[in-house]
Design a binder for this molecule. Structure first.
Ligand SMILES: *[C@@H]1O[C@H](CO)[C@@H](O)[C@H](O)[C@H]1NC(C)=O
Ligand SMILES: *[C@@H]1O[C@H](CO)[C@@H](O)[C@H](O)[C@H]1NC(C)=O
Length: 273
């Protein structure tokens, strides 16, 4: 083979990889397709999220107080962190954007009737849980599941968004949903900083300027990906823990590692009373 054709083959291979569609199965086929023209109107160092672009984002409530974030992943299930699941009364608030001005048209609260935490959950490990809503929700512009890919590893991906209403590093709680961009970070930074075990059930991500923080736990780490020609938002992580000071570094339950667990739980509890 001469040099030129080798370069050509390499180029074609690159293009194939770059445009290749994700090929696994979606947990819910109606999951988030991204609007090509978002309307722009924090998380720490973050900024206000687009009012329409995070319809899967929910607040997880215990005894009527929001303690965590979560993500709608089907019409009846919410994914959150294991440490956000409580034995006390739990509810999920859907369709929220600005907590100061709750919109009756878009936001409402539903009781949780089933709570499932991963059986291997312990502090900083297998920090993942599912909440079943007492009834199914109708999808709309404000309420739609985030995409979860089943049967296929989703990586490698390195740039993510993280969304939440959690505190920023000044201890302020923002009223509007915040979004920040993070990149996947060397695992050993997280292992050293948080004394994590070197297992694949978590991923390490961070940024120089923004981070997830207290109250953000359970919320999604997400990224845009092409699936069968459509731009969709996929969930890659669940906010698990980070620096108490909320700057720079955090670890996230690795959704790809748990996708069969998620699909299995939903299958088991779909109709179960
Ligand atoms: C929720 O309320 C119940 C009843 O008042 C109380 O026993 C429980 O400790 C509360 N749970 C939390 C997490 O605050
Ligand atoms: C993060 O969110 C913004 C705004 O919704 C979007 O434009 C951007 O593509 C997202 N980044 C990734 C990595 O998906």
């Amino acid at each position: 083979m001469n040099g030129t054709s080798r370069i050509l083959i390499a180029l074609v291979a690159c293009i194939l990889v770059a445009t290749e569609d994700a090929s696994g199965r979606l947990l819910d086929n109606n999951c988030a397709t991204i609007d090509p023209n978002p309307i722009y109107v924090k998380i720490d160092g973050g900024k206000d999220a687009d009012i329409f672009s995070n319809p899967w984002m929910v607040r997880v409530m215990v005894n009527c107080t929001a303690i965590c974030g979560g993500s709608l992943i089907t019409s009846r299930f919410v994914l959150t962190a294991g440490h956000c699941v409580s034995t006390s009364h739990m509810q999920v608030r859907l369709g929220e954007f600005d907590t100061r001005y709750p919109s009756k048209e878009r936001a409402f609260t539903l009781d949780v009737d089933k709570k499932i935490v991963h059986r291997n959950y312990r502090k900083n490990s297998h920090d993942i849980g599912l909440l079943r809503l007492i009834q199914t929700v109708m999808f709309s512009d404000y309420m739609r599941p985030i995409c979860i890919l089943i049967d296929e590893p989703i990586g490698p991906y390195s740039i993510f968004n993280v969304t939440g209403w959690g505190k920023n590093s000044r201890g302020e709680t923002p009223a509007t949903l915040q979004i920040a961009t993070l990149s996947q970070t060397d695992r050993y930074k997280c292992i050293r900083k948080f004394q994590l075990e070197d297992n694949m059930d978590w991923i390490c991500a961070g940024s120089e300027t923004s981070d997830a923080c207290e109250g953000d736990s359970g919320g999604p780490l997400s990224a845009l990906r092409i699936y069968q020609g459509q731009r969709k938002i996929f969930q890659f992580g669940v906010i698990s823990g980070g620096l108490g000071t909320c700057n720079g570094l955090g670890f996230y339950a690795n959704v790809a590692y748990f996708n069969n667990w998620i699909a299995g739980v939903i299958q088991n509890f779909k109709d179960f009373k």
